[in-house]
Design a protein around this ligand. Structure first.
Ligand code: B12
Length: 292
């Protein structure tokens, strides 16, 4: 791969196309060349630099401070690559062995050792942090992150399939809003519902708002649960949940989890933010439906 289109660059870095074009106009970076059709093409080296930029923005710096730095200054300012111990070297090594069956067996073995509840609440979240950080810092390739995620998703589905269908309330409809393709947070919450014997209805990613409302009615849901990874801007989370809250009947609770949901300082009225899966487990054990 020598260079990327603006769409590919946006996908690689998680920075929207409009933002990339705006930075180019304002700060002269990223700096594309043009192909014969006049379309923007970006050298692959700009991917790593943009990831460093995004990392600093995530830490609270402003675009004007970060995009005016030279590559050398950026290198100095960017957080150091983590020492291997903060990255779970065992897991990174395992992923880097590119042993499809080996990785699956290891995940299955961890799950058996710990039990599904602990695996979901503790191990899976830790492993995803390692994998996300490993990718952001260039230790893991995008394909390695995809491979690990696909294996984790499939091992979780296998484990859930062994459990009896959740029969008791609350009946919880799980999905993400438009713009959030990450579904593993949902899968983890779904697995936990099943462990606790509650009914979870998984819709997958990016259900349009009106369809969430229709599904909540069709499935007689007590609660709608949404997941927001760091990929979604907290402003978009606030807008999305506020609109959905208004559209849902008041007796259907609205539950949210995931890193960007946790960044909402004051959630809109009638929206419950879960700090982690343990908190969901506690609510399920108490057999209550918080928030409605
Ligand atoms: C897995 C993953 C992927 C998988 C997704 C697979 C899938 N089926 O979902 C793949 C590889 C496809 C992927 C793709 C991308 N990803 Co990605 N991904 C991740 C990763 C590692 C985990 C995301 C996740 O599932 N989070 C959800 C849960 C597991 O984590 P959590 O938010 O901390 O939530 C916790 C709790 O709150 C709770 N919880 C979560 N949801 C809910 C819901 C309820 C109701 C409750 C009660 C609890 C709860 O569970 C968690 C455990 O405690 C993160 C890094 C990270 N650690 O977050 C990056 C990350 C989100 N991805 C990122 C990016 C940039 C991308 C891509 C653009 C590029 C890429 N890396 O390939 C694409 C975009 C997607 C696309 N267009 O295809 C960035 C976003 C950065 C940003 N600020 O924009 C991150 C943060 C990586 C990073 N460190 O930079 N990704």
């Amino acid at each position: 791969m020598t260079d990327l289109s603006i769409a590919a660059l946006a996908l690689e870095t998680g920075i929207p196309k409009e933002t990339l074009r705006m930075w180019e106009r304002r700060y002269g970076f990223p700096q594309p060349t043009r192909n014969a059709r006049g379309e923007r093409r970006y050298p692959v080296q700009q991917v790593a630099r943009l990831r460093q930029v995004r990392r600093l923005l995530d830490l609270g710096m402003r675009p004007g401070q970060v995009l005016t730095l030279s590559p050398e200054e950026l290198e100095q300012a960017a957080p150091r690559p983590p020492s291997p111990d903060t990255l779970d070297p065992g897991l990174v090594d395992l992923i880097k062995r590119h042993d499809d069956e080996g990785l699956r067996q290891e995940l299955r073995a961890r799950l058996l050792r710990e039990g599904l509840r602990r695996f979901v609440c503790e191990s899976a979240a830790g492993m995803l942090t390692t994998v996300g950080d490993g990718w952001a810092r260039g230790v893991l390739e995008v394909f390695e992150e995809h491979h690990f995620s696909a294996q984790l998703d499939s091992v979780l589905r296998e484990a859930v399939a062994q459990l009896p269908p959740g029969a008791r309330r609350p009946r919880v409809l799980l999905t993400t809003l438009s713009g959030e393709p990450h579904t593993l947070g949902l899968m983890l919450a779904f697995a936990l519902l099943r462990v606790e014997g509650a009914a979870g209805i998984l819709l997958g990613a990016q259900t349009p708002e009106s369809q969430i409302v229709a599904a909540a009615e069709a499935f007689a849901a007590d609660a709608v649960a949404l997941s927001f990874s760091e990929y979604v801007d907290p402003g978009a989370v606030r807008l999305g949940v506020r609109r959905l809250r208004q559209a849902l009947p008041p007796d259907v609770a609205l539950w949210c989890g995931g890193r960007s949901a946790q960044r909402l300082k004051r959630p809109p009225a009638g929206v419950v933010i879960f700090s982690d899966l343990e908190q969901l487990a506690a609510v399920l054990e108490s057999r209550g439906v918080v928030g409605n």
